[in-house]
Design a protein around this ligand. Structure first.
Ligand code: C5P
Length: 232
């Protein structure tokens, strides 16, 4: 499977996204659309971006009863997205039903990956609020294993966890890793970070890069630098 750079289009308005995407006259980046943009602009934004020739990771992190997730996934699949996700905490039954919903009549379907524990959840909160009494790395590994057993294609994880996820779930299990920063760039609010070059070596399949590209003076040059370091 080919490695790729996914650009997190964390904008809330249609015009901002298209101003940004208009800069890319050559290689069309794989883009991530999150809740903010999807809820603001609706499914039509997905179709419009797709029509411009971009691959799309629709990052809506579904988590509900299995039947509801199955039906919602069928709708997302009909939008012709390339990748979507859900919370592994929804159980294997939910993940299995999600796959059923996602699979189109011709047998094709978008890549489905799972969120294990959000990076915003600390071990302390997990213990105190969620009553999960195991170390967070064990929880992440266990949720990844559940996702693999349910038939999912991979997980979102820190680039620092990519190698161990592959060890547990197999080398073909996809790792999609945010928290990417250039060696000479700003870190912002991310804590556990890695450069695109290092992420390539640890076995990440897709890096998700937001601000280092969207806030760059020259977003196309920043994107191309990511591609050079991670893909080429
Ligand atoms: O701007 P930045 O490169 O930090 O953007 C990273 C993107 O990846 C954001 O859209 C963020 O919500 C997402 N993400 C993350 N950490 C996770 C899951 C998703 O940073 N664990």
């Amino acid at each position: 499977m080919g490695k790729d750079v996914i650009v997190a289009c964390d904008f809330s308005k249609r015009a901002e996204v298209f101003d940004f995407l208009d800069c890319f006259t050559g290689r069309k980046p794989f883009v991530k659309i999150g809740m903010e943009l999807f809820y603001a602009e609706g499914p039509s934004i997905v179709k419009e971006i797709k029509e411009r020739g971009h691959k799309i990771f629709l990052d809506l992190k579904l988590h509900d009863i299995p039947n509801t997730v199955k039906k919602a996934m069928a709708i997302l699949s009909s939008l012709d997205v390339d990748m979507c996700n859900l919370h592994a905490a929804g159980t294997k039954a939910m993940m299995e039903e999600a796959l059923v919903g996602l699979t189109r009549k011709d047998g094709t379907r978008p890549i489905l990956i799972a969120v294990t524990q959000l990076t915003s959840t600390s071990e302390e909160r997990m213990k105190e609020e969620l009553l999960i009494d195991k170390p967070i790395d064990k929880v992440v590994a266990h949720y990844a294993k559940n996702a693999a057993e349910a038939g999912l294609d991979g997980v979102v994880c820190s680039p620092l966890e990519a190698a161990s996820v592959k060890l547990i779930c197999g080398s073909g299990f996809i790792t999609v890793t945010p928290g990417i920063r250039f060696a000479d760039g700003e870190i912002g609010d991310q804590v556990r970070i890695m450069t695109p070059e290092k992420a390539k070596k640890t076995g990440s399949d897709y890096i998700v890069v937001g601000r280092p590209i969207t806030q760059a003076k020259d977003p196309v040059a920043a994107y191309e630098r990511c591609v050079r370091e991670f893909v080429d």
